[in-house]
Ligand binder design. Structure first.
Ligand SMILES: C[S@@+](CC[C@H](N)C(=O)[O-])C[C@H]1O[C@@H](n2cnc3c(N)ncnc32)[C@H](O)[C@@H]1O
Length: 206
């Protein structure tokens, strides 16, 4: 309904409108049918929804995800990208999970909004040029601090850097505290998420 209203306001042709409504239906069906089937360290449904909602609300178009696994969060991010006209680059080390993610994203109808990279994010995040306006960090927690150092110069002002598992004890406390203290970012922790999502908006002046 929201998409229809938006399309009417911006004068989107009816064919495009019905195409996007069909995509929404397909993604919703996929998410509903697979809701209890994510067993590869994937984010829960509610966390995926949070990421999706931030992107749609802010109109972000260039996302980076570190840690694809089998693609649950990627599906939520890519779905948001289908609404904003953007694309997400996502990185995974395990070939099996990367392949399964591609399969899932294809089945959900979202593969065209995704650049899925197989490789070590330690190197890949340094190589990717950016710029990004949204980042989801969800791979190896002991490398979170280094990812933050490598990626934030490529994050646009007003962009958002998110990190998963910040209240469940999986992420080093020093990382969480250092981001919270960083005055170049406005940081909150979403506690609807049982694992905890740290959400940091990049302020002007960096
Ligand atoms: C918590 S899972 C990601 C879950 C995913 N975001 C989701 O919600 O569906 C973390 C993933 O990061 C991958 N990973 C760990 N270290 C990595 C690295 N150095 N480079 C790329 N991927 C890595 C793991 O193989 C694992 O699949």
């Amino acid at each position: 309904m929201k998409r229809m209203l938006l399309a009417v306001i911006i004068g989107l042709p009816m064919a495009a409108l019905s195409q996007s409504a069909a995509l929404d239906e397909k993604v919703e069906k996929f998410l509903k049918e697979h809701r209890s089937e994510w067993h590869d360290l994937n984010v829960p449904f509610v966390d995926g929804q949070t990421l999706h909602d931030i992107i749609v609300k802010k109109g972000y178009k260039s996302a980076l995800e570190i840690g694809t696994s089998t693609g649950h969060s990627t599906i939520w991010i890519a779905w948001a990208m289908s609404k904003t006209g953007g694309k997400v680059t996502t990185i995974e080390l395990s070939e099996e999970r990367h392949n399964q993610a591609i399969k899932n994203l294809t089945e959900a109808g979202l593969i065209q909004f995704v650049d899925a990279r197989l490789g070590n994010a330690h190197e890949l995040v340094k190589q990717l040029p950016g710029p990004f306006d949204f980042v989801f960090s969800d791979a190896d927690k002991n490398w979170y601090a280094q990812y933050f150092i490598d990626v934030t110069p490529k994050l646009v002002t007003g962009g958002c850097y998110t990190a998963h598992n910040v209240i469940d004890g999986n992420t080093p406390r020093e990382y969480v505290e250092s981001v919270q203290k960083n005055t170049k970012f406005e940081t909150t922790i979403d506690k609807k998420s049982r694992a905890g999502i740290m959400i940091s908006y990049k302020l002007k002046g960096d």
